[in-house]
Design a protein around this ligand. Structure first.
Ligand SMILES: Cc1ncc(C[n+]2csc(CCOP(=O)(O)OP(=O)(O)O)c2C)c(N)n1
Length: 530
């Protein structure tokens, strides 16, 4: 009979889940005993960083990411990152150790007394198997649930004495053999009706969301846009964790503003809005107004039933966006291409340089297959204007908005995509939420280029203060924060630069290096909107 541990690792292996992120404690050691040679354990020094790495890894690899946490306090540390993972729709298996079953009832030290309730609102399923021999089946159920749409994290609390128990060989083999797939196409009648609505519209438009990237729908989106002559907007940046349409394509118009009124105004002139792979819409801040132009209609295609149900306006089809867009591209009639948007004006030159200049340089030096992982709040808009990401899997951003995602996620993305250069673009404030990730990058030789924009303040919060008519709020300045020194202390080679020439040279060298490198650039305070 195999042990529960052998059966569990066989299952993980069968799903290609041979990378485990984690931070171990005494309650996790029995799971990690005799760690198989074909598995890789990636140590994070804090649990939120472990989850962030697993999140990036899961999204960029297309497999279920596995992160193993230390019982109650480890899960507690990880909660913000689990929140981000569910917003990112990252398929994650989150396991955590638990006290020995025999002394859980007495609440021995480190017992997580309400283990399944702890991460509950943030995960699709939270479970503690009733018996040791149920652990492999519970892991299997968790892996399938995490990856079925809408993908997201699941949580399993696993008592530490379960691993050496005997598993039933037949049950274990049947669990390992199971495959579950969830790409469901749309009802053909719904596709035909929607194609007819697109054909009948005077000026239809598409809004592309990040889930198009996750479900491999770029080609289908381009095919439909080109055939039906649709201009294409990207869904508002705060919730667009990924990019669903090539931003250098002549049909691409820009990123929709993230507030109700301005988004509605931007869509002015269109009578049918086709949203694909996004909620309607990830709004923030609150600027009221009609969500659509007068008389316009909206249809959303999403594989997330909750997104379909909660949209404030329009109809929705719950189906796989790739299959649905492919079917639509066949069914719609042809129309001429829309007028292209003019290229953006060069970024304004300032001293110190601004986010627009930084991202102009980044656009110049980033190889075509480069990936950016972005957590630079005041310069995200400028980055989207300047970079025009045009390859699938080229952009990752925290759809949940919780800081501390970017730095570890970039490490996970780079581990999943070792052949593509990864640049992690961080505000100096954002970097601080996950600095221990620098140690993992250095210790495992993960060659991420960290680009830190230092404006010595929480710029975006000062901008929000203006929006919210708040005056005199404390805690918005970050004088003397030396991120390069922090990264160097963790073993990442770091340098500080000023001006576009120094930045260009430093980034070029960092991208050519096969080790992690950090470039910290001094930038002007304030928002860089383009
Ligand atoms: C976990 C978490 N805590 C706090 C915030 C609130 N917050 C949003 S942006 C921001 C400032 C980020 O500063 P920095 O990275 O320097 O970016 P800048 O606005 O200066 O570009 C803060 C604190 C958050 N989003 N997530």
């Amino acid at each position: 009979m195999p042990s529960v541990r052998e059966a569990a690792f066989d299952l993980l292996r069968a799903h290609g889940m041979t990378t485990m992120f984690g931070n171990p404690g005494s309650t996790e050691l029995p799971m990690l005993a005799d760690f198989p040679d074909d598995f890789r354990y990636v140590l994070a020094l804090q649990e939120a960083v472990a989850v962030g790495m697993a999140d990036g890894f899961a999204q960029a690899s297309g497999t279920v990411g596995h992160v193993n946490l230390h019982t109650a306090p480890g899960v507690g540390n990880a909660m913000g990152a689990i929140f981000n993972a569910q917003a990112n729709k990252a398929p994650l298996l989150v396991t955590a150790g638990q006290q020995v079953r025999a002394q859980m009832t007495y609440q021995a030290n480190l017992t997580n007394r309400d283990a399944t309730r702890m991460p509950h609102p943030l995960v699709k399923w939270s479970y503690e198997p009733p018996r040791a021999e149920d652990v492999p089946a519970a892991l299997g159920r968790g892996i399938h649930l995490a990856s079925l749409p809408p993908a997201g994290p699941v949580f399993l609390s696993l008592p530490m004495d379960d691993w050496t128990a005997e598993a039933d060989a037949g049950d274990a083999a049947r669990t390992v053999a199971r495959r579950v797939s969830g790409a469901a196409g749309a009802d053909p009648d719904a596709v035909a009706a929607l194609a007819a609505r697109i054909d009948a519209a005077t000026s239809p438009v598409m809004v592309a969301g990040g889930d198009l990237d996750a479900c491999g729908a770029w080609d289908a989106a381009v095919e439909l846009a080109e055939k039906a002559g649709l201009p294409v907007w990207a869904t508002p940046a705060p919730g667009g964790g990924r990019i669903g349409f090539p931003e250098s394509h002549p049909h691409f118009c820009g990123v929709l503003p993230p507030a109700i009124g301005p988004a509605g105004q931007t869509l002015e002139g269109h009578d049918l809005v086709l949203v694909a792979g996004s909620s309607v819409f990830p709004y923030y801040p609150y600027i009221p107004g009609p969500p659509l132009p007068d008389g316009a209609e909206l249809v959303a295609i999403t594989r997330d039933p909750d997104e379909a149900a909660r949209a404030p306006v329009g109809d929705a089809i719950v189906a796989d966006p790739r299959l649905t867009l492919e079917a639509l591209a066949t069914a719609v009639g042809s129309r001429p291409a829309p007028e292209s948007q003019p290229a953006p004006a060069p970024a304004e030159e300032t001293d110190p340089i601004g986010g627009g200049q930084v991202h102009t340089v980044l656009a110049d030096v980033l190889p075509e297959d480069g990936i950016v992982v972005v957590e630079s709040p005041s310069s995200t808009a400028a980055l989207r204007t300047r970079l025009r990401i045009s390859r699938p899997g080229g952009y990752y951003f925290s759809a949940g908005g919780g800081l501390g995602f970017g730095l570890p996620a970039a490490i996970g993305v780079q581990l999943a995509q070792p052949d593509r250069p990864v640049v992690c673009v961080l505000g100096e404030g954002s970097a601080q939420y996950a600095v221990t990730g620098f140690w993992t990058a250095a210790a495992y030789g993960v060659p991420v280029t960290f680009l830190v924009l230092n404006n010595s303040e929480y710029s975006i919060l000062k901008w929000f203060a203006g929006m919210e008519q708040v005056e005199g709020a404390p805690g918005l300045d970050l004088a003397k924060l030396d991120t390069a020194a922090v990264a160097a202390a963790y073993g990442v080679s770091s340098r500080k630069v000023e001006g576009t020439e120094e930045l260009r040279d430093a980034l070029t060298a960092a991208l050519a290096s096969d080790a992690p490198e950090l470039v910290e650039v001094a930038v002007a305070p304030g928002m860089a909107l383009f």
